[in-house]
Design a protein around this ligand. Sequence first.
Ligand code: TYM
Length: 323
Amino acid sequence: MRVLSGIQPSGKLHLGNYFGMMKRMVEYQNNNELFAFIVNYHALTSVFDADKLREDTFNAVCDFLALGIDPEKAVFWVQSDVPEVTELSWLLSNVTGMGLLERSHSYKDKMAKGISASHGLFSYPVLMAADILAFGGEKVPVGKDQKQHLEIARDIAERFNNVYGETFIIPEADIAEDVALIPGVDGQKMSKSYGNTIEIFADEKTLKKKVMAIKTDATPIEEPKPIEDNALFEIYSIFLDKKEKEELKERFLTPGLKYGEVKKELFGVIWEYFAPYRKKRELYLNDKGEVHRILQKGAKKAREHASYYLDLARKNVGLNYLD
Ligand code: TYM
């Protein structure tokens, strides 16, 4: 099975990114063909500071490598090193209805907030479809927030195949129900744009501060604590197996639990969980040469795959005018 997914370098990566997508990608690489990439073209829709984009892109690459992407097993690259996707995006644009894009949540949310959207933001889902279709992605591990984008990608692929004949594989979203939408410290979806993230590689002090800031309710200590819509319970749970989660549930339901103590404990759990990855990350951050070699090799392989689908699409729409 060809498994593929990308992540934006528009800020530091957080627990939502890790459990929603990165961890599962790393697991998939052992038994599947894995394609993983950092989508810096997409980040251009929201980042207008070139230094920041460069820095965040390099950091995201090091993060993903440190977290276990193995460039010997997976194809791993930075989106802008494979320009074939932008050309494919144009071919897809012409079979994409305006209505389909107007229904996109990310675009509608911006409009509702009175923020004027750029054409890049409006056509964001088309570029994302190109990302997937250019490599024949079959299964796309994402968090629930990307569900609609995947549906749009499927619609675009189907429409293209209907108009021009079988060209693209129809991709499927792969959303893990237990980690579908991880809440941030304020209880809303954890997201860079809400400023409520717990970063994977925050330093000790910052991490502690973030965890201690998880919003909790005012249930008195001597009463059982709710586990529904409880960000502290939900975030802690993602680090636990089934049995441990049951135990945590019991603790919440037993009067006497102090949220502050659970938060301190959770901080320790997160800090320990990522300790081995932090070490590996330092090595990559300090070896730009090695990172460059990995990405060059990844982009070369990715371009070979993308060329196959791009050439087929060019031919099927009739750009091969000498044939
Ligand atoms: P991005 O960069 O916002 O997020 C990367 C991945 O992390 C998941 N995620 C979450 N999962 C659970 N709970 C959360 N709170 C949470 N926050 C983020 C996202 O669902 C995503 O899987 N449009 C994509 C990037 C992209 C892409 C692609 C993905 C571009 N091209 C092609 C798949 C295939 C995005 O902005 O993800």
